[in-house]
Structures are given as C-alpha cells and as structure tokens.
Write a protein that binds this ligand. Structure first.
Ligand SMILES: CC(=O)SCCNC(=O)CCNC(=O)[C@H](O)C(C)(C)COP(=O)(O)OP(=O)(O)OC[C@H]1O[C@@H](n2cnc3c(N)ncnc32)[C@H](O)[C@@H]1OP(=O)(O)O
Ligand SMILES: CC(=O)C(=O)O
Length: 533
C-alpha cells in the first residue's frame, strides 16, 4: 500500500494574498466546492475576523462532502489570554472543521516582529494550539519561517514544533515563508525533523520566490512530510505558493503516492485550473505544466513525426490522465507530419502522398516568412488548408469598404476621435451596403459587417471577439511597417478559435483576421448550403 499524502489547499487564504486577486464570497464558495469534488483533503477558506468576506464565508460555508474546512488565524496576542483574544475567538467561532494557527519559529522574527522573549512565544504557541484543539478537535500549527529559523537556531525551531505537538496539534507544518530555501536544504532539514516528529504529522508549505516551491514540496515529501500545502495555479503572497495543480500529478503519477484524488479526480485538474482563471477573469497560462494548452502541443517536425508513431516519444504522460489533450501545431517549424495530423484532427481526408501536402507545407513556411503565425491561429491554418483543397464555401463576399476617422471637439469641449465604416458585401446573391460608427476603425468595420451578416446568419449574433493583438513585424520601417493582427473569438457552441491577418495596413490586416474568424464560425455552425449563391 502506497503512503498516504494529505492535500491541503490554501487558495482561498494564501491565494487571496496574491497581488491583484480579490475573491468575493461567491468565488470562495465555488472554488471550495470544486476542490472538494476533486478530492482535496483540507480546504483553507480564509481568516475569519480578518475581513468581511471571510467573516461571511465562515458564517455560512458551503457543505463539503469530504474535505475538511479549515479556518486560518494566528497564535494569541502577547499579553492576552486565549479566552480574552478577540482575534483568536473570531477564528474559532466561525463554522469550520479545523483550525490552522500560524506562529513564529525563527528567533529573529520573535525578537523583531513580536518583540517578546523567546519563551513567551513558545507559550503563545502552546496555549493557542491547546485552545484550538479543545474548541475544534483538529488543530494545526503553521511554523512560520521554519527553515530560516532552523538554520539560525535549530533547537529553538524544534522547541516551537514540540510545543505545538505537545499541545495537541495534528499537523506541524514547516513553512518556507520567504521562499528562499533550495530543495536539497529542504530535504535535509525535513529528514532531520522527521527523526524527532513522525512524518505522518509533518506538513510542508512552500513559497515560490526561487521558482522552487513545487520541487521543495516534493523534496519534503521524499524526506517524510505527509501533508502538502499549496494553491491552484500557484497563487499566493509575492511569487506565490507551491502549485497544487503541478504537485498532485507528480505525487500520484511519478512518486506513486496515494492521495484523496483518484483517477477521476486527476482528470478534473485541467478543469480545476481553468475554473480559477475564469473566476479571476484571467487568460489561462498556455505553458502551465500538465494542464496548459501547450503542455502537450507539438511544433517541431521531428517531434510530430515521432509522436504520430507513438506519443510516448515526446510526452511524459498521457495528457488525458490530467484532463488535457494533445495539440499538433503547424508553423515554419513543421514538416508533412504536422500538416497531415492537423488535417486529420480537422476531419479533412487526404491521401498521405497527395502532392498538395508538400505544397501546403511550402505555403505555410512562405506565409510565416511574410509574417503569418499559424501556431497561434489554428483556425486560419484550417481555412488555408481547406482553401488549398477547394473546400471552403464563400458565405459572403466583400465588395469593398471605406473607413474614415474624424478627430474633433464635442459639445462638452472634449477632444474625441470617431470612426465610421462603410462596407459593401454580397450575401446570397444580394448586394448590401451598410454604414456603422465605432470607437475605432476596426470596431466600426466589425459592427458594419455584423449589421449585414447577422440577419443572414443568426448564429453570428452570439459570436464575440475576445482578444485582439497587433504586432509590428518590421519595426525598422517605422509607420510603414508590416503588421500582424491576431484575433481570438468565442461562441457558446464552439471552443475559442484564433485567426491571423497580415498587411502593411493595420485595418486591412484586421479585416483579414476578422474575415477568417467569421468564415470559420459559419463553416462550423451555418453549413455549406448557406454560401454565396
Ligand atoms: C506568513 C503568512 O502569510 S501569515 C498570514 C498573513 N495574512 C494576513 O496578514 C492577511 C490578514 N491579516 C489581516 O487582516 C490583519 O493583518 C489582521 C486583522 C490579522 C491584524 O490586523 P492588525 O491588528 O491591524 O495588525 P497588523 O496587521 O498591523 O500587525 C500584525 C500584528 O500581529 C502580530 N503578530 C504577527 N504574528 C503573530 C503571531 N503569530 N502571533 C501573535 N501575534 C502576531 C504582530 O506583531 C503585529 O502586532 P503589533 O500591531 O502589536 O505590532
Ligand atoms: C503560513 C504561511 O503562509 C507562511 O508561513 O508562508
């Protein structure tokens, strides 16, 4: 039987200390439920009494099926008894299954931050943990700055842990609070500690200030720690905490350890990571280990050729194990294998020795040289390929457009710039002309185009432009430079798709990317019968 490692999520507490993150109660409830459903053992919900959000969350926390809800707080204030410390009372009064109290374990911190004698801090820890244990049944001690403290004064750091243990703490959590300790030091120190306090009662809490939080946590587990703290996507104070989304598959799939997360739970990891990004209104990190879009994306021709033979040639695990999937990318680094694989994924049937494949590879490389970037615009590649094979219906035809920008003073004496686009389009054999205003030329063009197209293709009503990026490709040409426009679009019935346009004229490049975006949407949702008569 593999060793059991307990997973402790602090997204809602240390994660809330991330610059730019501000959870509401609804966010906390949704995230706590998702963590519970995935199989996390402990969900630290926040610090009751520290702010109104956490106060409200702990007044009516979500019912969790199996995870234990943990309230965070600190040891009692010097000069107060545990019964007479309103801060500690608030922590313990909230509805929770366990309490985790942070306390000093570095003599330097006791002198500087608390300004009290070393013995008094030991007393704070003992009293507070004993009280939390009595009130909650399960108490944990977060030994703040444990590794710095152990290096400076190992006897004192150990005395802090032992005070917590003797007062009834279920877990003594060794914190690399400043995140400056390296994996070999963590492993050696945890091994020494585990010689005196059994690993089954030791936890690890690492910060990522040297980009080693995950490696440090794994090192601690190797040395015997059996509770691992971390956050979704590595949120947390300063550079963040150990990223549980990377840690969990490494613990389970690489180290063969048992956690509360079964095979189904592992498959939820990609979704769990995305859920947090959605809550924070952030774009997912494409390059995130295990769960990023690029984690199993193959670009180099040599890689793809081998992956097509057996994915294990360039994949450390099967992406499906963590709910991710493989992507084959076409770009100027591609060979025939990339193109064939992408065509197959897009459902385009073609004989592998069809000469059109080699032509397509050459076209991609030439167009990338001209500025196109198909590795970020898979929808434009699919359209390019289908056009080369004569398989893209023409849903609408642009007969021309004119865009005017006007900068003027408005009635409130403010300087404003307005754009106006006139567009001529043929749909279903009928010629249309529309005019639209916008807050910029691309917005005016988009609005004018939609005015004509939405009545003919109602599916476009729900299509949204979610990202628009312009890049100057030849800066040496200054204002005459070639520009590349990348557009990302979304529709409730489709996965997001990206398109690209290139021109010396930024409006022209934008139109080309927009045209591809709309055509792709119609190709997927409107059917070929709707094409131009
Ligand atoms: C390593 C970590 O990440 S621990 C978690 C850190 N998270 C947070 O701080 C977020 C939530 N914190 C807060 O909302 C506030 O800091 C509160 C409500 C907890 C306290 O606010 P305030 O009473 O205004 O105190 P303030 O934050 O200025 O200072 C902290 C006080 O706690 C004391 N303190 C720090 N750690 C401990 C401890 N483990 N035990 C007892 N007292 C402590 C400090 O010495 C300081 O006391 P002082 O004001 O007498 O100097
Ligand atoms: C407790 C905690 O968050 C730390 O020491 O980093």
């Amino acid at each position: 039987m593999a060793d059991r490692v307990y997973l402790f999520d602090t997204t809602l507490r240390d994660g809330a200390q991330t610059q730019g993150v501000d959870f509401g109660v609804a966010d906390k409830v949704a995230i706590a439920r998702a963590l519970d459903a995935a199989g996390i053992d402990y969900v630290e919900g926040g610090w009751p009494g520290a702010n109104p959000t956490d106060e409200q969350f702990f007044k009516a926390p979500p019912a969790l099926a199996r995870a234990r809800l943990v309230a965070f707080g600190m040891t009692r204030r010097p000069g107060r008894s545990v019964e007479n410390d309103p801060g500690l009372a608030a922590v313990l009064d909230g509805k929770s299954d366990a309490a985790c109290l942070v306390g000093k374990s570095w003599d330097f911190q006791v002198h500087v931050a608390l300004g009290i004698p070393l013995d008094e801090n030991i007393q704070l820890i003992a009293d507070s943990i004993r009280h939390a244990h009595a009130r909650k049944g399960e108490a944990m001690y977060d030994a703040e700055h444990f590794f710095d403290g152990y290096k400076a004064n190992p006897d004192y750091a150990m005395a802090c842990l032992e005070a917590a243990r003797d007062a009834g703490a279920r877990w003594m959590v060794l914190c690399d609070t400043n995140g400056g300790t390296l994996p070999d030091e963590i492993e050696a120190i945890v091994r020494q500690v585990a010689g005196r306090i059994p690993g089954e009662r030791l936890g690890i809490h690492c910060h990522n200030d040297t980009e080693n939080a995950v490696a440090n946590s794994l090192a601690a587990v190797r040395a015997g720690a059996r509770q691992v703290q971390g956050t979704l996507n590595g949120l947390g104070e300063r550079c963040g905490n150990a990223n549980l989304i990377s840690l969990i598959p490494s613990l389970v799939l690489k180290m063969g350890l048992e956690t509360g997360i079964d095979r189904d739970g592992l498959k939820r990891l990609t979704g769990l990571s995305r859920l947090l990004d959605e809550r924070l209104n952030r774009a997912p990190n494409r390059h995130a280990a295990y769960v990023g879009d690029a984690a199993f994306a193959h670009k180099g021709g040599l890689h793809v050729s081998a992956v097509e033979k057996d994915p294990r040639t360039y994949e450390h695990i099967d992406p499906a194990l963590v709910g991710n999937r493989r992507h084959i990318i076409v770009s100027d680094q591609a060979g025939r294998s990339n193109v064939l694989a992408r065509l197959r994924d897009a459902g385009i049937e073609i004989e592998p020795d069809d000469p059109k494949i080699a032509t397509l590879v050459d076209t991609v490389k030439r167009r990338e040289f001209d500025g196109y970037a198909y590795d970020g615009a898979e929808a434009s590649f699919e359209l390019l390929a289908r056009r080369a094979l004569g398989r893209v219906p023409e849903f609408f035809r642009l007969d021309g457009f004119r865009v005017i920008d006007e900068r003027r003073w408005n009635a409130r004496a403010e300087l404003v710039t307005l754009s106006e686009a006139t567009i001529k389009v043929t749909v279903d054999g009928e010629r249309h002309m529309t005019v639209s205003e916008g807050n910029g030329p691309v917005n005016a063009l988009d609005t004018a185009l939609r005015k004509v197209l939405v009545p003919a293709f109602p599916v476009l009503e729900a299509m949204k432009l979610v990202d628009y990026k312009v890049r100057i490709l030849t800066p040496e040409d200054a204002t005459k430079a070639v520009t590349r426009v990348m557009i990302e679009s979304d529709h409730p019935a489709l996965e997001r798709w990206a398109t690209v346009g290139v021109s010396t004229n930024v409006i022209d490049a934008s139109y080309n990317a927009l045209h591809d975006a709309i055509t792709f949407c119609l190709m997927r949702l409107a059917g070929a019968e709707a094409a131009v008569a």
